[in-house]
Write a protein that binds this ligand. Sequence first.
Ligand code: A2P
Length: 290
Amino acid sequence: MNNMTLTNVNSPIKLNNGVEIPCVGYGTFRTDPAVTAQAVQDAIAAGYRHIDTAKVYENEVGVGQGIKAAGVPREELFVTSKLWNTDRGYEATKAAFQASLDRLGLDYLDLYLIHWPANEKQFGADAAKINAETWRAMEELYEAGKIRAIGLSNFMPHHVAELLKTAKIKPMVDQIEVHPGWTHAEEIKKLQAMDIVVEAWGPLGGQGATVLVDPTMQKIAATHGKSTAQVSLRWILQQGVVPLPKSVHVDRLKQNMELFDFELSNEEMQTIAALPNLGGQCKDPDDVDF
Ligand code: A2P
């Protein structure tokens, strides 16, 4: 992807099926359901058009209310949700998708993701089959026109390679944890080489991380007259990755859009990439037991 063509959060990136995704999304992980409608309405009013939620966030109803209250035509928005782990399998996936649509009050999604791969730790030799069956349902929903693009989350390249053995349709997106100190650099390159757009969850490190107060980040931020949050998001964008920052504060969600009036040098990109682990969830998808 040529980053130079990106001029604002809604600059489009083309997915492998031709659908365009705004290059920065508004994240809602850990957004309290009670404040979600207002936060989403504020985000859309500020200019975000790409909203990312998931069943497990328990705030899809609020996201839908915020979308309605914002009054922007549906076709101008890009809305993502995700299939939770308890809903894997062919039939359950179809039912869970419809339930997400109903909670959101929408009649189609722009992007629907499998939230986590079934792993061998939990499912042994059945893991690959469970993922394949889940994907088959996603493909049918896509072909029926109910979802504009389908993809994955927390799938490492080896999970994707396994899925591709049976997939008819190649995933368009993979959303993984990416932030300074948790780079996934090799995985990003491999996924992009497969023509899969990578999205970054937890792009600021998320709860408990020290990304935003790291002295190296602060130094680079000061050089550009920017915040450490903006440097983190810009570092992600310059890798051709779509960041999904979350904030329930209007000043911050606006700040997180101001990423297009500065550029990190190659040296700065590398310095940030070399930072040690600064916290975050940092989970290995093959090791989780949820
Ligand atoms: P809040 O919603 O109270 O603003 P991530 O997107 O990596 O999950 O991180 C989001 C966390 O960072 C949230 O705790 C959010 O809190 C906070 N946050 C979001 N934007 C900024 C910002 N520009 N500056 C400082 N903290 C931010």
